[in-house]
Design a protein around this ligand. Sequence first.
Ligand SMILES: Nc1ncnc2c1ncn2[C@@H]1O[C@H](COP(=O)(O)OP(=O)(O)O)[C@@H](O)[C@H]1O
Ligand SMILES: N[C@@H](CCC(=O)OP(=O)(O)O)C(=O)O
Length: 371
Amino acid sequence: MREKIRNARRLVVKVGSALVTNNGAGLDHAALDDWARQIAVLRSNGREVALVSSGAIAAGMQRLDWTKRPQEMHKLQAAAAVGQMGLVEAYEKAFSRHGLQTAQILLTHADLANRTRYLNARSTLTTLLGLGVIPIINENDTVVTDEIKFGDNDTLGALVANLIEAETLIILTDQNGLYTADPRKDPAASLIGEGRAEDPVYESMAGGAGSGISKGGMITKIKAAQRAARSGAHTCIASGRETNPLLRIAAGEPVGTLLYASSSPLQARKQWLADHLQLAGDLVIDDGAVTALKNGRSLLPVGLIEVRGDFRRGAAVACRSITGEEVARGLVNYSASECRRIARKPTSEIEKLLGYIDEPELIHRNNMIGR
Ligand SMILES: Nc1ncnc2c1ncn2[C@@H]1O[C@H](COP(=O)(O)OP(=O)(O)O)[C@@H](O)[C@H]1O
Ligand SMILES: N[C@@H](CCC(=O)OP(=O)(O)O)C(=O)O
C-alpha cells in the first residue's frame, strides 16, 4: 500500500497545534523551518503540496502575553486573529529561504458545503499550486467557533484533500501514529502500521486530545481519514518530531499509520457526482460537443446552443443533444445567464463578454459523468 503514497502527485500536509506550538510555548520556529525544507524538496521533485496548519490561538496567546487558554469564545477568536499573523509570517520566512512563495487561505466548513464557494476555493487553490505557491490553510476562526471548540483542523485537512483531489493526506502530530489505545494512558498500546480507513475498529481505539493546547485528539484524525478515503485519498498519521517525516512518508517508507482509501480521487469524485446530482437545468449542445463529451472531453462554450432553467455557478446540469438525449451531467462553472451570454462563443471571448473569466470550460471533465 505504501507505494500508493510514493506515486501521489498532490499531497495535503496537516500539522496540529500540539506540534506547531511545542505544547503551547509560542511557535516552534525550528519545526516550521524543518517542514518548509521538506516541502521544498517535495516541490522540487514535482509534488504539489498544500499545508493546513493550526497554531493561531497558541501563537496569539503568546503575543498577547496570556499564559492560560481562556474559556470565552470571543477571546479565543481574538487570539486566533492575532496569532494567525505570526503563523503566516513564520511560514513565509521559512519557505522564502527555499525560494518558495506562500499564500494565506482561511476557510470554514460552511464555505466548502456551498457549491459556488467550493468551486471558487478549488480554483484558487489549484491555481496557486500550479504557480508553485504553497497555500497555508487554517480555519477562519473569526466567523466560526465549532473548530475552536472541537479542534477540528483534522477535518479541514480532509476537506482540502477532497477540494484539490489530493491522493494523500499526511497528518503530523505528537505521537508516532495511531496506537491500539491512547499511549499516554496505556503504556502497553502498540502502533498500527496500516489498515483500511473505513474499518470501524479504529474509532474505538482513538481517544481525546493529549495536551492542554490541542482539542481534537485521535478521533478527529480517524474521522478525517474516513472522510479523505471517501474522496479517494489515503491518510498517513505520523509524528512531526521524527527525522524527515514528510520526505520518508512521501517516499513510501513505513512511517506512522497508513489508513488507505479503496478508490482513486477521480473514481471517488465521479461516484459522488453520480450519487448526489440533483439537476438544476439543461445545456443543449451541438453534435461536435456531443462527440467531444462522449470521448471524455470537457464542455466548452462554443458547443452550447441553448440554456434551460435558472442556476448558479456550481449547480448540477444535464448536457443534452438537440434531439433531447442526455449525454452527460456535471457541475457548471457559470450561472445560467452567463452561459446564455457565452453560448457558441470561443473560450478566448469569455473575458470580453463577461468582464472576467472563471474557467475556460463550461464543465470540466473531472466534474462530469457520462450517461
Ligand atoms: N489511540 C491513540 N493513538 C495515539 N494517540 C492517541 C490515541 N488516542 C488518543 N490519543 C491522543 O491524541 C493526541 C494527538 O491529538 P491532539 O492532541 O489533538 O494533537 P494535534 O494538535 O496534533 O491535532 C496524542 O497526544 C494522544 O495523547
Ligand atoms: N484553528 C485553531 C484551532 C484548531 C485546532 O485546535 O486544531 P488541532 O490542534 O489541529 O486539533 C488554531 O489555529 O489555533
